[in-house]
Design a protein around this ligand. Structure first.
Ligand code: C5P
Length: 256
Protein backbone atom coordinates (compact mmCIF):
# COMPACT_ATOMS: atom_id res chain seq x y z
CA UNK A 1 0.00 0.00 0.00
CA UNK A 2 1.48 3.36 -0.96
CA UNK A 3 1.94 6.10 1.58
CA UNK A 4 -0.26 9.13 2.08
CA UNK A 5 -0.91 10.80 -1.26
CA UNK A 6 0.76 14.11 -1.89
CA UNK A 7 -1.28 14.86 -4.98
CA UNK A 8 -4.82 13.89 -5.89
CA UNK A 9 -5.12 13.33 -9.63
CA UNK A 10 -7.11 15.84 -11.66
CA UNK A 11 -8.60 17.75 -8.75
CA UNK A 12 -11.74 19.62 -9.75
CA UNK A 13 -14.56 21.37 -8.04
CA UNK A 14 -16.25 19.53 -5.22
CA UNK A 15 -19.52 18.03 -6.37
CA UNK A 16 -20.07 15.45 -3.67
CA UNK A 17 -23.45 15.77 -2.03
CA UNK A 18 -25.14 17.74 -4.82
CA UNK A 19 -26.60 14.97 -6.91
CA UNK A 20 -30.18 16.11 -7.38
CA UNK A 21 -29.60 19.12 -9.59
CA UNK A 22 -27.15 17.13 -11.70
CA UNK A 23 -29.36 14.05 -11.89
CA UNK A 24 -31.50 15.87 -14.43
CA UNK A 25 -28.60 16.03 -16.89
CA UNK A 26 -28.26 12.23 -16.61
CA UNK A 27 -31.07 12.01 -19.18
CA UNK A 28 -28.76 13.32 -21.89
CA UNK A 29 -25.72 11.05 -21.65
CA UNK A 30 -26.21 8.48 -18.89
CA UNK A 31 -24.33 5.64 -20.55
CA UNK A 32 -21.27 7.78 -21.18
CA UNK A 33 -20.62 8.64 -17.57
CA UNK A 34 -18.20 6.27 -15.83
CA UNK A 35 -19.19 4.86 -12.44
CA UNK A 36 -16.99 3.87 -9.54
CA UNK A 37 -19.01 1.49 -7.33
CA UNK A 38 -17.94 1.16 -3.71
CA UNK A 39 -19.77 -1.54 -1.77
CA UNK A 40 -19.17 -3.04 1.63
CA UNK A 41 -20.57 -3.70 5.09
CA UNK A 42 -21.79 -1.08 7.57
CA UNK A 43 -19.18 1.34 8.90
CA UNK A 44 -16.49 0.13 6.51
CA UNK A 45 -15.87 3.77 5.62
CA UNK A 46 -17.56 3.65 2.21
CA UNK A 47 -19.12 7.10 2.51
CA UNK A 48 -15.91 8.85 3.53
CA UNK A 49 -13.87 7.07 0.86
CA UNK A 50 -16.48 7.57 -1.86
CA UNK A 51 -16.72 11.29 -1.11
CA UNK A 52 -12.92 11.62 -1.09
CA UNK A 53 -12.69 9.90 -4.47
CA UNK A 54 -15.59 11.96 -5.90
CA UNK A 55 -13.95 15.16 -4.73
CA UNK A 56 -10.57 14.25 -6.19
CA UNK A 57 -12.05 13.39 -9.58
CA UNK A 58 -14.75 16.08 -9.67
CA UNK A 59 -17.38 13.33 -9.91
CA UNK A 60 -20.91 13.28 -8.52
CA UNK A 61 -21.60 11.24 -5.41
CA UNK A 62 -24.48 8.91 -4.57
CA UNK A 63 -25.00 7.78 -0.98
CA UNK A 64 -27.51 5.01 -1.72
CA UNK A 65 -27.84 4.08 1.97
CA UNK A 66 -29.26 7.56 2.59
CA UNK A 67 -32.18 6.71 0.29
CA UNK A 68 -33.06 3.62 2.34
CA UNK A 69 -32.63 5.64 5.53
CA UNK A 70 -34.97 8.32 4.11
CA UNK A 71 -37.62 5.72 3.29
CA UNK A 72 -37.33 4.38 6.86
CA UNK A 73 -37.57 7.88 8.35
CA UNK A 74 -40.52 8.85 6.15
CA UNK A 75 -42.31 5.61 7.05
CA UNK A 76 -41.61 5.93 10.77
CA UNK A 77 -42.83 9.52 10.85
CA UNK A 78 -46.00 8.51 9.01
CA UNK A 79 -46.36 5.51 11.38
CA UNK A 80 -46.31 3.17 8.40
CA UNK A 81 -45.46 -0.36 9.51
CA UNK A 82 -41.94 -1.42 8.50
CA UNK A 83 -43.46 -4.72 7.37
CA UNK A 84 -46.02 -3.21 4.98
CA UNK A 85 -44.14 -3.73 1.72
CA UNK A 86 -46.71 -2.11 -0.60
CA UNK A 87 -47.01 1.01 1.56
CA UNK A 88 -43.21 1.27 1.92
CA UNK A 89 -42.72 0.90 -1.84
CA UNK A 90 -45.29 3.67 -2.41
CA UNK A 91 -43.38 5.77 0.10
CA UNK A 92 -40.10 5.07 -1.77
CA UNK A 93 -41.67 6.00 -5.12
CA UNK A 94 -43.02 9.30 -3.85
CA UNK A 95 -40.02 10.17 -1.67
CA UNK A 96 -39.49 13.94 -1.76
CA UNK A 97 -35.78 13.96 -1.02
CA UNK A 98 -33.04 16.31 -2.04
CA UNK A 99 -29.29 16.48 -1.49
CA UNK A 100 -27.71 19.92 -1.40
CA UNK A 101 -24.15 20.81 -0.42
CA UNK A 102 -23.76 17.81 1.84
CA UNK A 103 -27.16 18.32 3.46
CA UNK A 104 -30.14 15.98 3.07
CA UNK A 105 -33.75 17.14 3.01
CA UNK A 106 -37.00 15.22 3.28
CA UNK A 107 -40.06 17.18 2.11
CA UNK A 108 -37.93 20.31 2.50
CA UNK A 109 -36.93 19.55 6.10
CA UNK A 110 -33.23 19.07 6.93
CA UNK A 111 -32.71 15.48 8.09
CA UNK A 112 -28.94 15.10 7.62
CA UNK A 113 -28.39 14.07 11.25
CA UNK A 114 -31.79 12.47 11.88
CA UNK A 115 -31.23 9.75 9.27
CA UNK A 116 -27.92 8.75 10.93
CA UNK A 117 -29.56 7.55 14.14
CA UNK A 118 -29.22 3.86 15.01
CA UNK A 119 -33.03 3.52 14.84
CA UNK A 120 -33.04 4.84 11.30
CA UNK A 121 -30.15 2.54 10.38
CA UNK A 122 -32.03 -0.47 11.71
CA UNK A 123 -35.22 0.66 9.95
CA UNK A 124 -33.28 1.17 6.70
CA UNK A 125 -31.88 -2.33 6.91
CA UNK A 126 -35.43 -3.69 7.36
CA UNK A 127 -37.02 -1.77 4.50
CA UNK A 128 -34.00 -2.53 2.28
CA UNK A 129 -34.77 -6.24 2.54
CA UNK A 130 -38.10 -5.73 0.71
CA UNK A 131 -37.87 -6.31 -3.08
CA UNK A 132 -40.61 -3.76 -3.95
CA UNK A 133 -38.79 -1.04 -2.05
CA UNK A 134 -35.52 -1.85 -3.82
CA UNK A 135 -37.27 -1.85 -7.20
CA UNK A 136 -38.87 1.51 -6.39
CA UNK A 137 -35.45 3.07 -5.73
CA UNK A 138 -33.60 1.57 -8.68
CA UNK A 139 -34.36 4.19 -11.36
CA UNK A 140 -33.82 7.00 -8.86
CA UNK A 141 -30.32 5.68 -8.10
CA UNK A 142 -29.46 5.28 -11.78
CA UNK A 143 -30.61 8.86 -12.36
CA UNK A 144 -27.58 10.10 -10.42
CA UNK A 145 -25.29 8.91 -13.21
CA UNK A 146 -24.14 11.98 -15.07
CA UNK A 147 -20.96 13.33 -16.69
CA UNK A 148 -18.17 13.59 -15.80
CA UNK A 149 -18.80 10.51 -13.65
CA UNK A 150 -20.31 9.11 -10.47
CA UNK A 151 -18.98 7.52 -7.32
CA UNK A 152 -21.75 5.44 -5.75
CA UNK A 153 -21.57 3.73 -2.39
CA UNK A 154 -23.84 1.06 -0.94
CA UNK A 155 -24.31 -2.69 -0.84
CA UNK A 156 -25.37 -3.52 -4.41
CA UNK A 157 -23.86 -0.74 -6.52
CA UNK A 158 -21.58 -3.13 -8.41
CA UNK A 159 -23.91 -6.12 -8.47
CA UNK A 160 -27.35 -4.63 -9.27
CA UNK A 161 -27.53 -0.87 -9.75
CA UNK A 162 -24.42 -0.28 -11.89
CA UNK A 163 -23.27 -3.72 -13.10
CA UNK A 164 -21.31 -1.96 -15.89
CA UNK A 165 -19.33 0.22 -13.46
CA UNK A 166 -15.82 1.04 -14.68
CA UNK A 167 -14.34 0.18 -11.29
CA UNK A 168 -15.91 -1.89 -8.51
CA UNK A 169 -14.44 -1.84 -5.03
CA UNK A 170 -15.54 -4.04 -2.16
CA UNK A 171 -14.41 -2.23 0.95
CA UNK A 172 -14.09 -4.25 4.13
CA UNK A 173 -12.64 -3.88 7.62
CA UNK A 174 -12.80 -6.18 10.63
CA UNK A 175 -16.01 -5.88 12.67
CA UNK A 176 -13.91 -4.70 15.63
CA UNK A 177 -12.25 -1.93 13.58
CA UNK A 178 -15.63 -0.82 12.23
CA UNK A 179 -17.22 -0.77 15.70
CA UNK A 180 -14.25 1.19 16.98
CA UNK A 181 -14.59 3.78 14.17
CA UNK A 182 -18.30 4.17 14.82
CA UNK A 183 -17.65 4.49 18.58
CA UNK A 184 -15.15 7.31 17.98
CA UNK A 185 -17.50 9.08 15.56
CA UNK A 186 -20.34 9.01 18.11
CA UNK A 187 -18.05 10.16 20.93
CA UNK A 188 -16.84 13.07 18.79
CA UNK A 189 -20.47 14.10 18.36
CA UNK A 190 -20.94 13.88 22.14
CA UNK A 191 -23.25 10.85 21.80
CA UNK A 192 -22.96 8.20 24.50
CA UNK A 193 -22.15 4.76 23.09
CA UNK A 194 -21.15 1.32 24.24
CA UNK A 195 -18.57 -0.45 22.09
CA UNK A 196 -19.95 -3.94 22.85
CA UNK A 197 -23.48 -2.91 21.85
CA UNK A 198 -22.15 -1.27 18.69
CA UNK A 199 -20.21 -4.41 17.76
CA UNK A 200 -23.27 -6.60 18.33
CA UNK A 201 -25.50 -4.28 16.29
CA UNK A 202 -22.98 -4.13 13.43
CA UNK A 203 -22.82 -7.91 13.28
CA UNK A 204 -26.62 -8.13 13.31
CA UNK A 205 -26.84 -5.60 10.45
CA UNK A 206 -24.13 -7.45 8.47
CA UNK A 207 -26.07 -10.67 8.93
CA UNK A 208 -29.38 -9.09 7.83
CA UNK A 209 -27.77 -7.35 4.81
CA UNK A 210 -25.91 -10.50 3.71
CA UNK A 211 -28.68 -13.02 4.30
CA UNK A 212 -31.55 -11.23 2.55
CA UNK A 213 -32.80 -12.68 -0.71
CA UNK A 214 -32.90 -9.49 -2.77
CA UNK A 215 -29.62 -7.78 -3.60
CA UNK A 216 -27.71 -9.15 -0.61
CA UNK A 217 -24.42 -7.60 0.40
CA UNK A 218 -21.88 -9.49 -1.66
CA UNK A 219 -18.72 -8.82 -3.56
CA UNK A 220 -19.30 -8.58 -7.31
CA UNK A 221 -17.26 -11.19 -9.19
CA UNK A 222 -15.27 -8.42 -10.87
CA UNK A 223 -14.83 -6.22 -7.78
CA UNK A 224 -11.47 -5.52 -6.18
CA UNK A 225 -11.43 -6.15 -2.46
CA UNK A 226 -9.81 -3.59 -0.21
CA UNK A 227 -9.40 -4.32 3.50
CA UNK A 228 -9.13 -0.95 5.22
CA UNK A 229 -8.35 -2.32 8.70
CA UNK A 230 -5.30 -0.42 9.87
CA UNK A 231 -5.23 1.94 6.84
CA UNK A 232 -5.78 5.68 6.92
CA UNK A 233 -8.55 7.36 4.92
CA UNK A 234 -5.90 8.92 2.64
CA UNK A 235 -4.31 5.53 1.93
CA UNK A 236 -7.65 3.97 0.97
CA UNK A 237 -8.66 6.94 -1.22
CA UNK A 238 -5.24 6.77 -2.87
CA UNK A 239 -5.63 3.08 -3.68
CA UNK A 240 -9.05 3.61 -5.29
CA UNK A 241 -7.73 6.56 -7.32
CA UNK A 242 -4.74 4.49 -8.40
CA UNK A 243 -6.98 1.65 -9.61
CA UNK A 244 -9.13 4.19 -11.43
CA UNK A 245 -6.05 5.75 -13.05
CA UNK A 246 -4.81 2.33 -14.20
CA UNK A 247 -8.18 1.33 -15.69
CA UNK A 248 -8.64 4.70 -17.41
CA UNK A 249 -5.13 4.49 -18.90
CA UNK A 250 -5.84 0.96 -20.15
CA UNK A 251 -9.15 1.99 -21.72
CA UNK A 252 -7.50 5.03 -23.37
CA UNK A 253 -4.70 2.77 -24.67
CA UNK A 254 -7.08 0.26 -26.21
CA UNK A 255 -9.10 3.05 -27.87
CA UNK A 256 -6.01 4.43 -29.64
O1 C5P B 1 -24.88 2.55 4.18
P1 C5P B 1 -25.89 2.79 5.27
O2 C5P B 1 -25.50 2.22 6.60
O3 C5P B 1 -26.31 4.20 5.37
O4 C5P B 1 -27.18 1.99 4.79
C1 C5P B 1 -28.28 1.78 5.64
C2 C5P B 1 -28.92 0.46 5.30
O5 C5P B 1 -29.48 0.54 3.99
C3 C5P B 1 -27.94 -0.73 5.25
O6 C5P B 1 -27.83 -1.40 6.48
C4 C5P B 1 -28.57 -1.63 4.21
O7 C5P B 1 -29.51 -2.49 4.78
C5 C5P B 1 -29.33 -0.69 3.32
N1 C5P B 1 -28.69 -0.48 2.03
C6 C5P B 1 -28.93 -1.39 1.03
N2 C5P B 1 -28.43 -1.19 -0.21
C7 C5P B 1 -27.68 -0.12 -0.48
C8 C5P B 1 -27.39 0.81 0.54
C9 C5P B 1 -27.90 0.61 1.79
O8 C5P B 1 -29.59 -2.39 1.25
N3 C5P B 1 -27.21 0.05 -1.70
Amino acid sequence: MPGIPVLMPRARSHTAGTPVRRAASARFAPAAAPVIAIDGPSASGKGTIAQGVAQALGYHYLDSGALYRLVALAAMSATTSLDDEAALAACARSLQASFENGEIFLRGERVTDAIRSEDCGKGASRVAALPEVRAALLARQRGFRAPPGLVADGRDMGTVVFPDALLKVFLTASAEARADRRYKQLKEKGIDANIHTLLRELRERDERDSARRTAPLQKAADARELDSTGLSIAEVVYQVLEWHRQITAKVAGSNR
